[in-house]
Design a protein around this ligand. Structure first.
Ligand code: HEM
Length: 416
C-alpha cells in the first residue's frame, strides 16, 4: 500500500495520483492545514483532519450553548420587563455597570424619563431599578460573550488554516451576525424609549428571528461535522426525496410557528384568552380581523396573533407526529429515524408547555421554558433535516463513487 493512497466512498483502495492526494481513510489522516473543498462530505472519516473536525465541533457546541443561554436570559429580561432599563447603547464601555451611587442615580433618572417607567414601573425604588437593570446588563454582557465565543476561535482557526474552504464564509457570518444582533437589539430597545410603553413586536420578532438564524447556522454546521459511525457508513439505505422534503417542510413550518410566537410575546398575546382549545368560547376569537388593512391583524392584534400561533403549533406538531409514527417502519437510516423521534418528542413537549403557559397567563419561569424549548425544537428539526440531506447526498455520491478534495496549493482530487 503506497503512502497517500485513498479509500473511495465504496471502500476500494486507490493508488495515489501524481503528488500526494489527501486521504478519506482514517489510517492515512490528512495533515493539518490541508484544505478541503466545498463538495466534501465532512461526516466521512478522513474528509478533514480529525483534530480539526473535533476542534470545530467543540467550538460550535460551546457557541450553541452560549446562544441558548443568551436566548433564555433575553426571555427573562423581556418577561421581567427589564429590557428598557438601560436607555443607551455603548457596545464597549457599557460592559461595565454604574460604579457609584451617583452613577446609579443618573441611570435611574434617565429611566424615569421614558414612558414605560410611569406606566409599568410606577414608583420604582432604587432597589427595584437595580434588579431590572442587572437583568438587562447581564443580557447585554452574555451577548457580548457570544460574539467573542464566535469571533476569537474563528480567527485562530482561520489563521491555522483549519477551517474547510467551503465553511469559511459561512462561519465568518456567525460573529458578524452576532454583531448585527446587538445593533438590532438596540434598534428594538429604541422603539420603546419614546411614546410607546413597550418595544415594537416587529422588532422583537426580528431580534428573536436573527438569534435563531445564528443558531441555525451553528447547529447545521455542527451536525454536518458529525463523524458517521462505521455502522452508519455500512448502511445501504438512504433518505428518500419524499422524506427530505417532508422534514424540510416541517422545519420551515416550525420556523414560522416560532416567529408567530414572537408576535404573541411582543403583543402580550398570552395575557388574553387564557383558555384552550376555544378562545372566548369560539374557535376563531371575538375581535379577530378588526384591524385594517386586514393583514396587520397577524402582527398587531393580540387575539389574532395568539390564534395563528396555536393553529400553526397544532398543525406542525401533528405533522411531525405523523412523520415520527411513519418513521418506525419506513426505510430510513437509523440516525435519521432517531432524529425524527427526538423532533417528535421535543415538539410534543413544547405544545404541552405552550398550552400550560397560556392557561397560567405566562408566569416568568414557564414563559422562559416555553421559549427555550421552542429553540430546542428548532434545533431538533435542523438536525433531522441535515441528517436526511446528508444521507441522501452520500448515497448519491456513492452512486457516482466520487468525492472531491482540494489541497492547500489548490490542486483538486477526486477519489474516482
Ligand atoms: C410547536 C409548538 C410551539 C412552538 C415552537 C412555540 C414557540 C414559541 C415561541 C418561540 C414564543 C416566543 C417566546 C418569546 O419570544 O419570549 C412563543 C410564545 C408564546 N406561545 Fe408558543 N409555541 C408553540 C406552541 C404554543 C401553544 C400550543 C400555545 C398555546 C395554545 C402557545 C402559547 C404561547 C404564548 C402564550 C406565548 C407568549 C409567551 C410570552 O409572552 O412570553 N405556544 N411560542
Amino acid at each position: 500500500m503506497r503512502d497517500g493512497a485513498v479509500r473511495t466512498a465504496t471502500g476500494a483502495l486507490q493508488e495515489p495520483h501524481a503528488g500526494a492526494p489527501p486521504s478519506l481513510d482514517p489510517r492515512w489522516p490528512l495533515r493539518q492545514g490541508t484544505e478541503v473543498s466545498t463538495h466534501t462530505d465532512l461526516g466521512l472519516p478522513g474528509a478533514l483532519p480529525e483534530r480539526d473536525r473535533l476542534a470545530l465541533r467543540r467550538w460550535l457546541l460551546a457557541s450553541i450553548i452560549a446562544v441558548f443561554f443568551a436566548v433564555a436570559v433575553g426571555g427573562i429580561t423581556r418577561l421581567t420587563e427589564s429590557g428598557l432599563s438601560i436607555t443607551e447603547w455603548k457596545p464597549v464601555s457599557g460592559a461595565l455597570p454604574p460604579s457609584n451611587d451617583a452613577a446609579w442615580a443618573a441611570e435611574l433618572e434617565k429611566f424615569r424619563q421614558i414612558p414605560q417607567a410611569s406606566a409599568t414601573h410606577a414608583g420604582i425604588t432604587m432597589a427595584q431599578f437595580k434588579w431590572i437593570y442587572w437583568w438587562e446588563w447581564f443580557h447585554r454582557n452574555v451577548a457580548r460573550t457570544v460574539g467573542l465565543v464566535f469571533a476569537i476561535p474563528y480567527l485562530v482557526f482561520l489563521a491555522q488554516r483549519r477551517i474547510p474552504r467551503g465553511l469559511r464564509v459561512r462561519l465568518a457570518a456567525l460573529p458578524f451576525l452576532t454583531a448585527g444582533q446587538g445593533a438590532l437589539g438596540w434598534y428594538m430597545v429604541q422603539s420603546g424609549l419614546v411614546e410607546r410603553i413597550s418595544v415594537s413586536a416587529y422588532r422583537l420578532t426580528a431580534h428573536l428571528g436573527l438569534a435563531l438564524g445564528i443558531l441555525a447556522v451553528a447547529v447545521w454546521t455542527y451536525s454536518e461535522l458529525r463523524a458517521r459511525t462505521d455502522d452508519e457508513r455500512r448502511e445501504t439505505v438512504g433518505t428518500s426525496s419524499g422524506w427530505r422534503a417532508a422534514l424540510l417542510s416541517a422545519s420551515v413550518l416550525l420556523g414560522i410557528t416560532v416567529l408567530s410566537g414572537g408576535f404573541v410575546a411582543g403583543l402580550r398575546g398570552g395575557k388574553v384568552f387564557n383558555e384552550f382549545p376555544l378562545m372566548g368560547g369560539q374557535v376563531v376569537p371575538p375581535g379577530y380581523g378588526t384591524l385594517t388593512p386586514w393583514w396587520t391583524n397577524a402582527f398587531e392584534n393580540p387575539a389574532a396573533a395568539q390564534f395563528h400561533h396555536r393553529m400553526l403549533a397544532i398543525t406542525v406538531t401533528c405533522f411531525v407526529l405523523v412523520l415520527a409514527w411513519r418513521a418506525r417502519e419506513a426505510a430510513l437510516p437509523h440516525a435519521v429515524r432517531r432524529a425524527v423521534f427526538a423532533f417528535g418528542a421535543v415538539i410534543t413537549t413544547q405544545l404541552v408547555l405552550g398550552i400550560t403557559t397560556l392557561l397560567l397567563a405566562v408566569p416568568v419561569p414557564l414563559g422562559v421554558l416555553h421559549q427555550f424549548t421552542g429553540v430546542l425544537a428548532l434545533t431538533a428539526a435542523l438536525i433531522a433535516t441535515q441528517r436526511a440531506i446528508a444521507t441522501a447526498a452520500v448515497q448519491h455520491r456513492a452512486g457516482r463513487e466520487s468525492v472531491q478534495l482540494q489541497t492547500a496549493d489548490g490542486r483538486k482530487y477526486s477519489t474516482q
